[in-house]
Ligand binder design. Sequence first.
Ligand SMILES: [Zn+2]
Length: 380
Amino acid sequence: MQFADIPGLPETKAHLINAVKNNHLAHALLFHGPEGSANLTLSLALATYLYCQNPGETDSCGTCAACQRMAKLVMPDLNFAFPVIAKAKESDKGDDKDQKVDHLANWRKFALEQPYGNVHDYIYFNGFEKKQLNISVGAARQIIQTLSLVSFEGGYKIMMIWGAEFLNQQAANALLKILEEPQPKTIFILVTTQAEQLLTTILSRTQKVMVRGFSDQEIHDYLVEAGLADEQTAAQISMIADGNLREALRLVNQVEDQQVVWIRNWFRLCHGKQFKDIFALSDAFHKFDKEAQKSILQTGVNVLREIMLKNVEVESLLRTKGDDRQFINKISGNVLTEDHIPGLFELFNKAHYHLERNGNAKLIFTDLSMEIVLLMAKID
Ligand SMILES: [Zn+2]
């Protein structure tokens, strides 16, 4: 994670970078901001900047060995603590299984895949349903132990505590001393959306980094630049998301689902050889902006992938649900068999390629539709 990966927030980024440059970075930082804000991403970008072997004026280099390791969150001197469920009792049948779970690997995966996710996402991600999460006194002792060892690379040792509000009282008390007087070159980074739930003794020992919610414009620009939404959709989503990037990304997925409905309709028309409606759809396609057009083709490829998986009976990998799944079940093997999917992939890629090179969207879409009609007709 680099600063450039995070939308907007120029003032907070500059503040952090200046603190590093001027050697003013406190040894215990508390990143706190509302849900869907850049609490975690900013702290990861800061850690990357601290480890970068070739840091620039405004960001880490992104290419050195340290940056590459940070991109996977596998920096030896960067340690993580996070809430987990209380250990199962010995009598619990799930005990064995629980002990084998690699919480750190899961945590890295979650942080990389859903860096704006909240605690509920985290619980869902780990399958922790209905169990009590906490950062225990045992975990706190582990933190102290880890920090008592010398650093691997001779640089900063960082302990990042995500979900710091889950530190229970005993754990928090155990950490007070080390928070106040850590070893040299040791940095604590506490990350929370619920700073008010932290003990005042912890709060008083950390320097606060207030992370504001994103502005509508920041979310809008991020969605457009990442190719996640066209201008108009991005404007609508950023307004509804109200500064919460997690919410914005969730809404983007909903829009994707609407695109699946669009693809379903399109394939049905092709199968029914309903040319008049297909041409109307080409007109509609033409009116979308280029990003949206490319995004629809991408959704088409995703649908083809689902059909392929259904055809070769790897149903455990299918992602579609409800009506979309019914559609996949119906079309697979019947209208489109596994023999036809590779050819279709190629046609979709070709269409995508021509769109990229500013081909006429209406012609591209009509051509593609005719190819699909032909293919489906052959199978009948
Ligand atoms: Zn670097």
